[in-house]
Design a protein. Structure first.
Length: 637
């Protein structure tokens, strides 16, 4: 992979630089790591590349000023600036490219935008005359568009993922058979102070020649093996039960006791926003604006929780559950304790009550590490949930010094990585949830340190529809092995419950004081939870979009997840509420003509055996009723 940048207004790439050092080494996992060091005046440029299976390559740049004076201007850093050969004609003006396989196609992942089409691929032909250019929005890496995209021509092409938890931009320029792809941090134009060292955007790319589905499964396996925290890979993620933190301690303790005395295997207690602050009122939910006025006051609110949550933490432990606690530590309102006592730590904008904790400062990083560490140890937390409900980009831009455009963002993002890395090193068991208004900070770097345990705020609505959860699973599963969504209040609805299956699952039906009726229908809930627990292991494995990714309610939807190393998997099918067809025939993935497969219906227990040769003609699923679902397990004999 090539890279380039402007230095003092002149463009340089690796071929233009003087190499002054470097080495190559093999890691225990078989990955080859190559480090190259270049010099350019006051700059030392270090590029680390790694070679993974299937020809995948990773690259990361560092720039360092090794002189005792400020460097010249560094700008337009392209962490990826590579030209690829695709034998594809230009799309003639006046044509759309629809239905043709001879044009080069660009697929961009739609970000988490509180919409039904989140994580779907937006695919269009690449035109010579109109270079595609796209980016995330507002400084959150998977808002607007997510940093995952593909170029494909018939069965060949290349997949890409970026690692930058800030504002990134991609530009693709096609000229006949040559296609140039540029990607990097948006808006950098800065000098480096003496001794200053920065990093920019990491890049992962993989070529393919066996079709997109096969390519995505290989790419996803690389994400799972090399860009997922080890403590996530080595366990199954839980069935969460989430509670609003502003509910009274008495209510929470009653509910925990009810869960403890039931047979339902609640595995992790998730305490969300509302538990902190200085207010003297009870809020019904996070939708009550009074709770938001406390953001930045990270003391336990003893009016709501007289025992300081220590009694809640003890009850959670006694019930055999893990504990997750919510924070939004990067954000503060001007009436909060943190802002009142440390205004110099915050970035403000005119006429805005919300402030941003400036993680570009080492002292704020140290503060956050100490704050979160204290709560991890006090409450024996297994999960740290870091939410982020604001767009940081305008704050970063406002804080940039003259001549240092983009530097606040760079120092802030790398500061956040330092905080997370310190917590994970200090607490190897810890799992970080990277929620940011639901899934708006999903990129290569956050995936390597955390899990999107709340991939979309669409499911915050108590009556959110199951079809949207299906759509999100159908999109995100092609790229990302571990994610989580929620069921909502109507937890006994099998269709909706199954629609939310993923590598982890959350239900908030029991955790809101003004909604919960205090009665746990164990008979209805236990079979659903046990079924989920039996299939969650498949959702991080190979994915086949056997129903496509329909957004309407007149279709069937669903998926197949396959474990090739075990020869088994699951099929889930949903006949949506307006679908007129009572059966659907699908083509399954990873089927061998030389094997026989046994399929078992999870509802009735019926089994059927079919040869791989028979399955090449399709597998038919029948659901007589609209808005119903089916789960089928299979295994190769």
């Amino acid at each position: 992979m090539n890279f380039s940048f402007l230095y003092d207004g002149k463009r340089y790439n690796a071929c233009d630089l003087t190499r002054t050092g470097g080495n190559t080494r093999k890691q225990k996992d078989g990955v080859t790591v190559n480090t190259c060091v270049y010099s350019l005046g006051a700059l030392r440029i270090t590029r680390e590349t790694r070679v993974y299976p299937f020809g995948a390559q990773y690259a990361l740049l560092h720039f360092e000023n090794v002189s005792d004076v400020s460097s010249k201007q560094l700008s337009d850093v392209r962490d990826l600036d590579e030209t690829y050969e695709f034998d594809a004609p230009g799309l003639p003006l006046g044509y759309s490219g629809y239905g043709s396989d001879k044009y080069l196609m660009l697929g961009k992942m739609i970000g988490s935008n509180h919409s039904k089409d989140e994580f779907q691929m937006e695919t269009k032909p690449v035109m010579d005359e109109i270079p595609p250019e796209f980016c995330c929005r507002g400084g959150r890496s998977s808002q607007g568009y997510a940093p995952f995209f593909e170029l494909s021509l018939r069965n060949e092409g290349r997949l890409f993922a970026l690692g930058w938890t800030g504002q990134w931009r991609v530009k693709i320029t096609k000229n006949q058979s040559k296609t140039n792809v540029c990607a990097g941090v948006e808006g950098v134009d800065t000098f480096l102070k003496p001794g200053e060292r920065i990093r920019t955007c990491s890049v992962l790319t993989m070529p393919f020649c066996g079709g997109l589905t096969d390519a995505h499964n290989k790419f996803k396996s690389i994400i799972k093996r090399f860009f997922t925290p080890h403590n996530v890979q080595n366990r199954e993620l839980p069935f969460f039960t989430s509670f609003f933190g502003g509910s009274s301690t008495d209510f929470i303790l009653r509910q925990i006791n009810a869960m403890k005395n039931s047979k339902v295997p609640f595995e992790c207690f998730w305490l969300d926003s509302g538990w902190y602050g200085e207010h003297k009122v009870l809020c019904d939910s996070e939708f009550d604006g009074r709770g938001g006025e406390q953001t930045g006051s990270w003391n336990v609110n003893t009016f709501v929780h007289p025992g300081g949550l220590d009694d809640v933490a003890k009850a959670v432990k006694d019930a055999g559950m893990e504990f997750m606690l919510w924070f939004e530590a990067e954000k503060a309102v001007q009436t909060s304790y943190n802002y009142r006592h440390r205004p110099q730590w915050h970035i403000t904008l005119p006429d805005t009550h919300t402030t941003l904790l400036n993680l570009a400062l080492p002292e704020t990083q140290d503060y956050l590490i100490e704050l979160i560490s204290g709560y991890i140890e006090r409450f024996s937390l297994s999960y740290y949930r870091q939410d982020f409900n604001m767009d940081p980009l305008p704050y970063w831009q406002a804080a940039d010094p003259v001549g240092r455009k983009g530097m606040t963002q760079i120092l802030y993002v790398t500061g956040m990585y330092r905080v997370w890395d310190a917590l994970l090193q200090k607490y190897p068991h810890l799992i970080i949830d990277n929620c940011a208004s639901g899934g708006r900070r999903i990129d290569l770097e956050t995936l390597s340190r955390s899990v999107p345990c709340w991939r979309s705020d669409y499911q915050c609505a108590f009556d959110s529809d199951g079809e949207t959860a299906q759509c999100h699973t159908s999109g995100i599963s092609a790229w990302i092995p571990y994610s989580c969504t929620g069921v909502g209040l109507n937890v006994y609805d099998k269709y909706k419950f199954r629609s939310a299956y993923s590598a982890a699952l959350n239900s908030n039906f029991f955790g809101y004081q003004h909604y919960a009726d205090g009665e746990l229908n164990e008979t209805a809930l236990l079979p659903l939870v046990e079924e989920f627990r039996s299939v969650r292991k498949y959702f991080s494995c190979d994915y086949y979009p056997i129903f496509g990714t329909p957004l309407d309610n007149y279709s069937w939807s669903g998926w197949q997840f396959d474990r090739p190393e075990h020869g088994d998997g699951i099929i889930m099918a949903f006949r949506r509420d307006k679908c007129p067809c009572d059966s659907a025939t699908v083509l399954l993935g990873n089927i061998s003509e030389n094997k026989v497969y046994e399929f078992t219906d999870a509802d009735g227990g019926e089994t059927v055996r079919m040869s791989g040769a028979e399955l090449k003609n399709g597998f038919t699923i029948t659901l007589p009723q609209a808005r119903s679902s089916k789960l089928i397990r299979y295994k190769a004999e």
